[in-house]
Design a protein around this ligand. Structure first.
Ligand SMILES: Cc1cc2nc3c(=O)[nH]c(=O)nc-3n(C[C@H](O)[C@H](O)[C@H](O)COP(=O)(O)OP(=O)(O)OC[C@H]3O[C@@H](n4cnc5c(N)ncnc54)[C@H](O)[C@@H]3O)c2cc1C
Length: 418
């Protein structure tokens, strides 16, 4: 079937009605630009809807300096975008369009409704008021350029003429929400370099299957490190939960972005985990001694239950052949050494999950930052081409970092270099 040519002239066409594409559209329309957003899914902002477990952790209250450093070596690229539109400006923006926000834990910012739909409804209304056109079920296939200038954009059914395009198609994670790397392919065809991409922010699968016996509890303040000499400096601390196939929870989601790139070199990634907050072997021995003096008739399990969930104690004891229903006095020799050791440093081995992008909240890698002007988000290769959001080679940890980047970069890209 021939594509039909749409002759509405737009100043700007945006590919993707996610967080960054929508704010880019608003930013451009507020400068009196005629804007069209093409969205592949039947509805706009499907990923935004799912954020923060439906509560939408919009941003956080960190100083720009600290915010930037959480993105690692590429973070500096964000400086201009953040200076122009930081977390306070974002809150003002939402306040302006009728969404009150707050930060109940002092750091993470949410809409007061704790409902991402509030955000989407307000953004949609603002786009409507500004006359931004949106076409859903419009799957963009190709950008057509002549002499390195934007000419046309082609969806499965239509061709639109335009001079400026913002690619805001997100990453590869959660393809059911519309993101499966389309933008990367489209932009690669135009000569842009895409760095290696990896799934990030997702649960991890372990080789050990005992995790399935401990799924009931959340363990707070768990410390973990990669148990490979070269990577031992990679450490994380936070809440962990066990799953039927491995580990999950905030600390794991964050640490995943350090681990997945290592599968290029290793088949398995060994981790060393300390489930007891701030307890090394000496401190644990001290603790057990004190407990056994206070309550000599109690079992080791009883003492340790003050520190860890029962299911995990039983599991770890089983692994070193210790009966944790005995008293501390009876535990001796090599068994005691092994038990103390495994309680303070438990080995777990991460194995590759073939479907990992399915559950990856973030994509690590993307359009090479070397080919984008950080002051405008404009391509250094194609005239009239801009990018924003997760599609570029920047990814942050959990806690409002990635949405703030989507909003800051979208706002900047929508200015079209002015
Ligand atoms: C479950 C989940 C929870 C999250 N929670 C948080 C959170 O609480 N806080 C936080 O900061 N971050 C969170 N994130 C990450 C955050 O959602 C993303 O970083 C952010 O949405 C990226 O915005 P974006 O505009 O770049 O891309 P997206 O929001 O992914 O939007 C891209 C849009 O482009 C469309 N598209 C793709 N290809 C085409 C095409 N060919 N043609 C037309 N349209 C196309 C997609 O359908 C999609 O609507 C979460 C992610 C997930 C998956």
């Amino acid at each position: 079937m021939e594509n039909s040519i749409r002759d509405n002239k737009y100043d700007l066409i945006i590919i993707g009605a996610g967080a960054s594409g929508i704010i880019a559209g608003i930013s451009a329309a507020r400068e009196s630009k005629k804007v069209l957003i093409l969205e592949k899914m039947p509805k706009i902002a499907m990923k935004l809807k799912a954020t923060g477990g439906g509560k939408c952790n919009l941003t956080n209250t960190l100083l720009n300096e600290n915010f930037i450093s959480a993105f690692g070596k590429n973070g500096r690229f964000m400086t201009t975008a953040l200076e122009k539109f930081d977390w306070q400006r974002l809150r003002e923006f939402f306040d302006d369009i009728g969404v009150e926000t707050h930060y109940p834990d002092g750091t993470r910012v949410f809409p007061i409704s704790h409902n991402s739909q509030t955000i989407i409804d307000a953004l949609e209304k603002e786009m409507n008021d500004l006359g931004v056109d949106i076409v859903c079920n419009a799957n963009v296939q190709k950008i057509i350029t002549v002499n390195n200038r934007i000419e046309k954009i082609q969806t499965t059914n239509d061709i639109y003429e335009c001079e400026n395009i913002i690619v805001a198609t997100g990453g590869y994670g959660y393809p059911t929400l519309g993101t499966s790397g389309d933008g990367h392919r489209i932009v690669k065809n135009l000569g842009h370099k895409i760095t290696e991409v990896y799934p990030a922010m997702m649960p991890l699968n372990t080789k050990e299957d005992w995790t399935k016996n401990c799924t009931a509890d959340t363990i707070p303040k768990v410390s973990m490190c990669i148990n490979i000499k070269k990577y031992k400096k990679h450490k994380a601390k936070g809440d962990l939960i066990f799953t039927k196939t491995g580990i999950a929870g905030p600390v794991v989601l964050d640490f995943a972005r350090e681990i997945t790139p290592l599968f290029d070199k290793y088949d398995e990634i060994p981790l060393m985990i300390n489930f007891i907050d701030d307890m090394n072997e000496n401190k644990l021995i001290e603790f057990l001694k004190k407990e056994s003096i206070k309550n000599p008739q109690n079992t080791i399990l009883k003492y340790l239950e003050k520190l860890l969930p029962k299911s995990l104690i039983i599991q770890l004891a089983k692994m070193v052949d210790v009966d944790c229903e005995q008293t501390y006095k009876k535990l001796d020799g090599i068994k005691k050494v092994n038990f103390i050791k495994i309680l303070c440093s438990t080995p777990l081995t991460i194995i590759k999950n073939q479907d990992s992008f399915k559950k990856a909240m973030i994509t690590r890698g993307g359009i090479s930052l070397k080919e984008i002007d950080p002051n405008t988000m404009k391509s250094k290769i194609i005239d009239g081409l801009y990018f924003c959001g997760e599609i570029v080679d920047l990814d942050g940890p959990c806690g409002g970092f990635n949405l703030q980047w989507a909003f800051s970069s979208g706002c900047l890209a929508g200015k079209l270099g002015q």
